[in-house]
Design a protein around this ligand. Structure first.
Ligand code: FAD
Length: 352
């Protein structure tokens, strides 16, 4: 059976909900298809101690401020999940949970969205599939021969998974720093490996400044001025309180990247070896864009060329939430609202 609607939004995390909010405001008929059976997007899969980079009121989707979490300036993931669930309900967003999109095909002036529960025929698609379902692990010599446990960020929950073990955490970004801090404070035998020395943002900088920096960069690029460097110019690691506490206590000592894994641990170019029961790869994610393979929109470096939030080679497809290449701070709670509004307006124009 093929159903019809004007717009299909793929993904019901924060980006998909922000899209729904603006489409609804413009009176555009749409459906939001989300593979997960419950609201919350990626926030359902974070580790227990994760804290937002920004206070609640700076982590809000359009229309509704995130309530303050009692006792915590920086809310935890469960608080975000509750906020997203409430948001979905409050605005009566047409989210269908437990529906996975397998592919999007061209069908004349329409797009056909194939799912595990039938097809949709639509005039536009908003992709808000996020990145958390596509873990990235670097090709490191010896990785497949290593006999210990290997996890990616998405599988990490808490230090209790590693009681009495020697753990190597790989990655000098926010995930790596937060997970390393979590383990170090719990007394786990930790080696924290980073490709370059960790770059902390000043302690008084949080997500608000990141959002401003991303916005300034986009404005500069749009106006043909020099690249400000955006968020990358500030540093990599937001010194959220647990990271700051671990760093200041001298518990976060970085080690340069190893050259490879051995069956029992890691080894460095100078012959140093470290035994490890587990390696946690905090090495990032890639956009989950597999459903769009048939549209053949990927250009150099695997990226879909964009004009704002719209795919340059097919104006019926919009991308939200993956990073600065689809809009300034589009991958953040506070930033995605603006790009979602641009996408909804653009789609209204397309549907006239
Ligand atoms: P997601 O939340 O991943 O949602 C995508 C949804 O689409 C999921 O429900 C998924 O199941 C679904 N989906 C995927 N593929 C399909 C398919 N084929 N069919 C149907 N459904 C599909 N941001 C902030 O604003 N503040 C912070 O403090 C902050 N801290 C962060 C800390 C860390 C360590 C990390 C890694 C990220 C942080 N972020 C933060 C970034 C960001 O908010 C999240 O990555 C966010 O979850 C992205 O939202 P999204 O809606 O784009 O994607």
């Amino acid at each position: 059976m093929t159903r019809r609607t004007d717009v299909v939004v793929i993904g019901g995390g924060q980006a998909g909900l922000a899209a729904g909010y603006h489409l609804r405001r413009l009176g555009i008929e749409h459906v939001i298809l989300d593979a997960q059976t419950a609201p919350g997007g990626a926030w359902l899969h974070t580790w227990d101690s994760l804290r937002l980079f920004s206070p609640a009121q700076y982590s809000s989707l359009p229309g509704r401020l995130m309530p303050v979490q009692e006792g915590d300036l920086y809310p935890d993931a469960a608080h975000v999940v509750a906020y997203l669930a409430d948001y979905e309900k409050r605005y009566e967003l047409p989210v269908q949970h437990g529906v996975r999109v397998s592919a999007v095909h061209r069908d004349g002036v329409f797009l056909r969205v194939a799912t595990d529960s039938g097809d949709w025929r639509t005039r536009a698609v908003v992709s808000a599939t996020g990145t958390w379902t596509r873990s990235f692990l670097p090709a490191v010599p010896g990785r497949h021969g290593y006999q210990g446990r290997q996890l990616h960020t998405v599988q990490y929950r808490s230090p209790s998974q590693f009681a009495g073990q020697r753990v190597i955490v790989v990655g000098g970004g926010n995930s790596g720093a937060q997970i390393a801090a979590d383990l170090a404070v719990a007394g786990i035998d930790l080696t924290w490996v980073t490709q370059r020395p960790p770059r902390y943002l000043a302690d008084d900088i949080d997500g608000r400044a990141l959002f401003d920096a991303a916005t300034a960069r986009r404005h500069a690029l749009d106006a043909g001025r020099a690249d400000t460097g955006g968020v990358a110019s500030l540093g990599d690691i937001v010194a959220v309180p647990p990271v700051r506490a671990a760093r200041d206590a001298g518990l976060l000592t970085p080690t340069p990247m190893f050259t490879g894994l051995t069956p029992t641990g890691a080894e460095w170019a100078d012959g140093t070896r470290a035994a490890a029961d587990a390696v946690i790869w905090c090495t990032g994610f890639r956009p989950a864009l597999a459903p769009f393979a048939a549209l053949r929109l990927r250009g150099t470096r695997g990226r879909i060329a964009m004009e704002g939030t719209r795919a340059a080679d097919d104006p019926r497809l919009h991308l939200l939430g993956y990073g600065d290449w689809t809009g300034p701070a589009s991958a953040t709670l506070i930033g995605v609202g603006r790009t979602a509004r641009e996408a909804a307006r653009d789609i209204r124009y397309l549907l006239r």
